[in-house]
Design a protein around this ligand. Structure first.
Ligand code: OAD
Length: 252
């Protein structure tokens, strides 16, 4: 089993997703009066006006949030050795807070738990960058004087190497869960092309219809389950007879 996940799995923790009605992009549009909020996460804008990105990071402080039932569902299946890998677009760090080992996660869009200078590529102390974020300052690189940032991937930046080295694992899976993502952002969305549609089951769990799988064809191996992911994974756990063990283990 593999997981491909997005911001929708963290909304029940209190973190807004990007593209829903009350999502982060709506907030950015209103706060900064812009039409294309994606530009706020772009490399050129960061280079010329790093303070805007710092401002956004201040809005998106994830330190106090807790993992959701869906995060623990992934952890549970990994612990049972049924699941092997999680491809996440999220930068909230809730996968590791749920106890999932970093070796089992591909942070496709980076992480807010580390920081670097994108100009000379050196690592910098994440606490120093977070301190600047909280104090409306920009942290500059001690080596090249470029602006530093949390190690999240901006539009126009490369994804981490392990995204490309691990994507072939999807080809080997019996089942891929795709949960809480609009599948609108490349190259993440195209990970689905790695899945062997004749061999693997694809189960998409989302509030609204996403993905271009052949859901209506009874012979296809794709299933779309519409609704809130925590409720749906809970019924999967109940149907598999795992709920009692699961709820005891994670005190849910
Ligand atoms: P989106 O906001 O695009 O999509 C989240 C999806 O989850 C939507 O289809 C929601 O309907 C659905 N959803 C929300 N809450 C849910 C719930 N409780 N249960 C089930 N479904 C729910 O977020 P992503 O697909 O993660 O990248 O966005 C991908 C990328 O776009 C982000 O990583 C970010 C952004 O630009 C960068 O900044 C590089």
């Amino acid at each position: 089993i593999a997981f491909m996940i997005g911001a929708g799995i963290s909304t029940s923790a209190g973190i807004p997703d990007f593209r829903s009605e009350n999502g982060i992009y709506q907030t950015i549009k209103e706060k900064f009066k812009v039409n294309s909020p994606e530009d706020f996460f772009s490399k050129p804008l960061f280079k010329s006006k790093p303070e805007i990105f710092y401002n956004l990071c201040k809005l998106m402080n994830f330190d106090s949030f807790k993992p959701t039932l869906t995060h623990y569902f992934m952890k549970y299946l990994l612990d049972k050795n049924y699941a092997q890998i999680v491809f996440t677009q999220n930068i909230d760090g809730l996968e590791t807070k749920a106890g999932i080992n970093k070796d089992n996660i591909v942070f496709a869009h980076g992480t807010s738990n580390e920081a670097h200078c994108p100009q000379c590529n050196c690592d910098v102390d994440v606490n120093e960058v977070k301190h600047c974020i909280n104090n409306d300052e920009v942290k500059y690189c001690p080596n090249c004087k470029g602006p530093c940032k949390l190690k999240v991937v901006l539009y126009g930046e490369n994804l981490p190497d392990n995204f490309y080295t691990n994507m072939f694992m999807l080809n080997e899976c019996d089942l891929v869960f795709i949960i809480g993502t609009s599948l609108r952002v490349e190259p993440f969305a195209s990970l689905t092309e790695q899945i062997d549609k004749h061999k693997s089951w694809v189960v998409v769990i989302n509030k609204e219809l996403v993905g271009n799988f052949d859901y209506k064809n009874n012979l296809s191996h794709s299933l779309f389950i519409q609704g809130l992911c925590d409720e749906i994974v809970k019924s999967i756990l109940i149907d598999c007879g795992w709920w009692d063990e699961f709820s005891l283990k994670y005190q849910i």
